[in-house]
Design a protein around this ligand. Structure first.
Ligand code: NDP
Length: 277
């Protein structure tokens, strides 16, 4: 399955592209644009960014990469918690739209929970939705208790996704957040699926990859994609790695390989506070 449905019924691709660390250095820009373009050509049309990434630099890189194909892209950005009051969230979104050279975002997320009350933020998100500046909104780095509180707010029933840290090395959400989101049909957007590259040194992952003649990154991505309510956004500024990520959609992991991964990366046996990177 290449996409899943948001609670509104709108489809979202299951595999996309992250952009953290893009837009920080001018000299890297051509390579970053080439990687994003490679992904778009291969159908990785979900692009995740944030006003934080390169302090707007990543959004500017994306603007160039999607200039001639914006309508095919599912574009996600995020607002800093300190810009999350009703009035500031609207201003922050308008700055993001300006940098991205577009007039709407497909999805706008609160990057993590800060001191501003959620009803303020959601009122701002709702106003942006009504004005056609965003199509959907959601949250990021919200644990189960945050989600319970969030859905009880005005407009909280419109939350489209929760973007959290989830990969083989970080399985804590399987205890309660993941089942809770499944029950409420709110997809989880798994960030840092490769643990920023650190996961790829693992021997078991390497052995499985070698036997199947794929890469460890592909196994790590396939492990996430096999789950119904999960989408993920691996980042690479290297076009060949983007090709690898794209091909991970074809990989089915059989029960014996899933069992071997469970042995090295055991699922949680009790509650684990949500981790963040
Ligand atoms: P990832 O787990 O996606 O790993 C990215 C790192 O791994 C980069 O250094 C990349 O290097 C390297 N890499 C990528 N592919 C391969 C490969 N096939 N083989 C070897 N190394 C590889 O980490 P991210 O933290 O970037 O997470 C993905 C995205 O999630 C972010 O870019 C961002 O959009 C989002 N995110 C959201 C957060 C939130 O708080 N909401 C927090 C963190 C991330 P290179 O680029 O040189 O290829």
């Amino acid at each position: 399955m290449q996409s899943l449905l948001l609670p509104s019924g709108r489809p979202i691709p299951k595999l996309g592209q992250g952009t953290w660390r893009m837009g920080e250095r001018r000299s890297q820009r051509p390579q970053e644009i080439a990687a994003l373009r490679e992904g778009i050509d291969l159908g990785l049309t979900l692009i995740d960014t944030a006003e934080m990434y390169g302090e707007g630099g990543a959004e500017r890189v994306i603007a160039e990469a999607v200039a001639d194909c914006r309508d095919r892209i599912f574009l996600v950005s995020k607002v800093y918690p300190h810009h999350a009051s009703r009035a500031d969230v609207i201003k922050a979104c308008e700055r993001s739209l300006q940098r991205l050279q577009t007039n709407y975002l497909d999805l706008y997320l609160l990057h993590w929970r800060g001191g501003i009350s959620l009803d303020q933020t959601f009122a701002g998100f709702h106003a942006l939705k009504t004005a056609g500046k965003i199509r959907e909104f959601g949250v990021s780095n919200f644990d189960r208790a945050d989600m319970e509180e969030a859905i009880a707010q005005p407009y909280g029933n419109e939350i489209a996704v929760n973007q959290v840290l989830y990969n083989l090395m970080r399985r804590g959400i399987e205890w309660d957040l993941l089942p809770w989101c499944q029950q409420h049909q709110i997809p989880i957007m798994a960030y840092s699926p490769l643990e920023q590259g650190r996961l790829l040194q693992n021997q078991t992952l390497g052995n499985i990859a070698q036997r199947r003649q794929v890469s460890p990154a592909q196994v790590a991505i396939a492990w996430l994609l096999r789950q119904d309510n999960i989408l993920t956004i691996p980042k690479s500024a290297t076009p060949d790695r983007i090709k690898e990520h794209s091909a991970a959609r074809e990989i089915q992991l059989p029960p014996e390989e899933l069992k071997a991964l469970d042995q090295v990366f055991p699922p949680p046996t009790g509650p684990v506070p949500l981790e963040m990177l």
